[in-house]
Write a protein that binds this ligand. Structure first.
Ligand SMILES: Cc1cc2nc3c(=O)[nH]c(=O)nc-3n(C[C@H](O)[C@H](O)[C@H](O)COP(=O)(O)OP(=O)(O)OC[C@H]3O[C@@H](n4cnc5c(N)ncnc54)[C@H](O)[C@@H]3O)c2cc1C
Length: 379
């Protein structure tokens, strides 16, 4: 951390407190996506934080993106999820892998918030096994025709620009798909258990004609784009968990001071002290590791070991902290007026979205064995 990051954190915190926190309840209750507020994050430089100035961004880096992700998620986990999907999964991937044409035509409007972005990988029959996708693009000359569908896509009900993975023969290719393309349609917004207000839905491709300019990177190179993108996605979305966990911890500490039973504030009871001690330890250790992992993944985008470990631990810690905070709030935790029940519901997404924790464990152990062997029998 340095002065520049401290200034950014302070301004993202003030923005979140002033503009997002007052809406957090409405976002959850009404499944409300504050689209104008989301676009405003473009003019503040948050959406395009990793994008160079000449392409409409603010020319900063992934640490800045993580700081913004954490601060927004502290105010609303849903807004944090939509921010991550737009800024990292879609926009940053398009910038890193896209041609000059893609950078000039799509990156700037995503960075300034004129367009909303989404990433489409999951399909009804291919979730964890993403490479078994059925969506396919068939070439005739230099045109190709896209058919298929994607599900569980964050921001899909509002998005204009999609990064979509499709099968091209035996391989996978990423494409830019626009909501204005002939043959594009979308389903209704899902009514979710948590992360309400972060709009999720299905998208359908019916004979969409795409030319070569829509290929992100090169034909049949989708697995590299996908895996490097997933590693950055896991590193950044760790901070969705960390923001929610920090809020849950603040609420729990505050309640343990204010709530009195047996004529004493409940934080004086040893069983509550044990909870607070573990909550704090898990929060701090997951946060410190997530920043370290982010730096490691930034210098090697194929570092699946640290990316998966970061989000595994951050998501488990967040769920633990939110669950323990529920217990500290006692019966009040079960009442919708208390913010903690929203945080608990939101926390449960984080062990599933961006790949489940079972898959993250599989990735970690496979990478660990590989590393051990490559290092001649040590880590
Ligand atoms: C709110 C929300 C937002 C999302 N946003 C996006 C998005 O923007 N873009 C996108 O492309 N996707 C998105 N997803 C999809 C998400 O990435 C998938 O839900 C996730 O990858 C799991 O796929 P699945 O739901 O099909 O579960 P499945 O793959 O069917 O898994 C079911 C269960 O089996 C387990 N399992 C599967 N394979 C194995 C294995 N090999 N070993 C051990 N256990 C296994 C899983 O861990 C899980 O417990 C989102 C999902 C949600 C809920």
């Amino acid at each position: 951390m340095n002065d520049e990051y401290d200034i950014l954190r302070e301004s993202a915190r003030q923005f979140s407190e002033k503009e997002i926190s007052p809406l957090a309840k409405k976002i959850d209750y009404e499944n409300y996506f504050p689209v104008d507020l989301f676009r405003k994050m473009g003019s503040l430089g948050y959406l395009g934080v990793t994008i160079p100035v000449e392409y409409g961004g603010s020319g900063s880096d992934y640490v800045s993106q993580a700081i913004i992700e954490e601060e927004i998620s502290y105010a609303s986990g849903s807004m944090g999820l939509s921010y991550g999907a737009h800024s990292n999964l879609c926009l940053d991937n398009l910038y890193r892998n896209g041609s000059e044409f893609i950078r000039e035509n799509y990156v700037a409007s995503l960075a300034n918030g004129k367009s909303i972005g989404s990433l489409g990988m999951t399909e009804p029959s291919s979730g964890s096994d993403a490479l078994s996708m059925k969506t396919h693009a068939e070439f005739t000359g230099n045109k190709c025709i896209l058919n298929g569908s994607k599900t569980f896509i964050t921001n899909a009900p509002y998005a204009d620009i999609f990064l979509v993975y499709a099968r091209t023969g035996k391989d996978i290719t990423p494409f830019v798909v626009l909501s204005s393309d002939d043959g594009f349609s979308r389903g209704p917004e899902f009514d979710k258990f948590g992360m309400r207000g972060s709009p999720t839905g299905e998208i359908y491709f019916n004979n969409i004609p795409l030319d070569e300019s829509r290929i992100v990177g090169s034909l049949n190179n989708g697995k590299n784009v996908m895996f490097s993108g997933l590693n950055m996605e896991r590193s950044i979305l760790s901070f969705n968990s960390i923001g929610i966990a920090r809020r849950a911890l603040d609420l729990a500490v505050n309640y343990s001071i204010e709530r009195k039973q047996f004529n004493r504030p409940i934080h004086e009871f040893e069983l509550i002290q044990e909870k607070l001690a573990y909550m704090y330890t898990k929060f701090e250790s997951s946060r410190v590791f997530a920043y370290e992992a982010l730096n490691r993944v930034n210098s090697n985008k194929m570092n699946s070991l640290d990316a998966a470990s970061s989000i595994l631990y951050a998501s488990e810690s967040c769920e633990y902290i939110a669950r323990e905070a529920m217990q500290i709030f006692g019966g009040y935790s079960y009442i919708k007026d208390f913010e903690i029940e929203r945080l608990f519901r939101d926390s449960l997404l984080l062990t599933i979205g961006a790949g489940t924790n079972e898959i993250r464990k599989k990735i970690i152990s496979e990478a660990l064995i590989r590393k051990y062997r490559e290092n001649g029998g040590k880590l």
